[in-house]
Design a protein around this ligand. Structure first.
Ligand SMILES: [Zn+2]
Length: 310
């Protein structure tokens, strides 16, 4: 088993960890095989070709409150480093991301609103998931659709689910936490025009830097699928903004020849240590086996369907 992990470099991505015991078990398991390093070390180790110890880095997207409550105390206790990718305006305004708000919505009602808003035929969204449909739109349209749902169904704003400003500042002063940017509104960057894509990236980096008084060097693309959620334009924008590492959600271990602006990450949120190990060893084959390609296929179909009504 050790042999297959030799020379491996892995970046893990987590979102909303609710179970402290699961996370502690994961850490105990992973520490047997990997050295857990900071992204700063990850970056500098890239230059060292004789590296043979398996190393990994932990990243967390979106900045869920559960990170502060459950994960941060564990990391602090054990002295384990991690990076948190957040959207500073959301934190300042205490506003959830669109996908958090829509979580509990009735999908039939939401689809009706989407069909009306896009002026597409009744029932044409029947075979698609709401989240995948919204991921095919611009952030402006997504927010309008969510607002229309709230109006029509007299829905109150959901409780704020992300970390607060003071928690962000507190964690930024800790030795174990590094912050990276994740846009301001969590758009699917590839859907946006040039100006919006630049603004979403640049302002999230600048505002986060002001908030915590540190230079921001890392960025995670929202949703993170190359070719679907981001492309060469976004990579160029990160370079312009002096970001040194950009992270995708391609489910694979890292290989030195890969670009620093599309670093793959293995996503975990549940499962046994065997499951974790399988994901590390199988890398990209995992998605094919488990049907992880389906979001891609579905979103291509949705895009075509919407375009056919224009
Ligand atoms: Zn995200």
């Amino acid at each position: 088993m050790k042999y297959s992990l030799m020379r491996k470099k892995v970046v893990f991505v987590f979102h909303n960890i609710q179970d402290a015991n699961w996370f502690i078990t994961f850490l105990q398991f992973i520490r047997k095989y990997f050295k857990i390093i900071t992204l700063e070390d990850f970056e500098s180790r890239n230059k060292n070709t004789s590296e043979s110890t398996p190393v990994c880095a932990l990243t967390f997207d979106d900045g869920y409150l559960s990170f502060y409550k459950i994960v941060f105390p564990i990391l602090k206790d054990l002295g384990i480093p991690a990076t948190l990718f957040v959207s500073p305006t959301r934190i300042l305004q205490e506003k959830n991301f669109w996908f958090q708000d829509m979580g509990p919505y009735n999908s039939q009602s939401l689809k009706k609103i989407i069909e009306d808003y896009l002026k597409i035929g009744n029932g044409v969204t029947a075979n698609y998931g709401c989240k995948n449909i919204l991921k095919s739109l611009k952030i402006y349209d997504i927010e309008e659709i969510i607002n229309e749902y709230k109006r029509r169904h007299l829905t109150e704003n959901a409780n704020y689910q992300l970390i607060t400003h003071s928690q962000t500042k507190e964690m930024s002063r800790s030795d174990v936490i590094t912050f990276g940017a994740h846009t301001n509104n969590h758009p699917i960057l590839a859907n946006e025009d040039d100006a919006t894509a630049l603004m979403e990236i640049k302002s999230s980096i600048n505002e986060l830097s002001t908030m915590i008084g540190q230079r921001i060097k890392y960025f995670a693309y929202p949703n993170g699928i190359k070719g679907l959620d981001f492309g060469q334009r976004e990579i160029n924008l990160l370079k312009v903004c002096e970001i040194s590492l950009g992270f995708s959600t391609l489910n694979m271990t890292y290989n030195k020849s890969e670009s620093h602006y599309e670093i793959p990450r293995i996503g975990l949120s549940y499962g046994s240590t065997m499951f974790t190990l399988s994901k590390i060893i199988m890398g990209g084959h995992w998605d094919k086996l488990k049907g992880g390609e389906s979001e891609k296929k579905q979103r291509h179909k949705i895009r075509k369907m919407i375009e056919s009504y224009r």
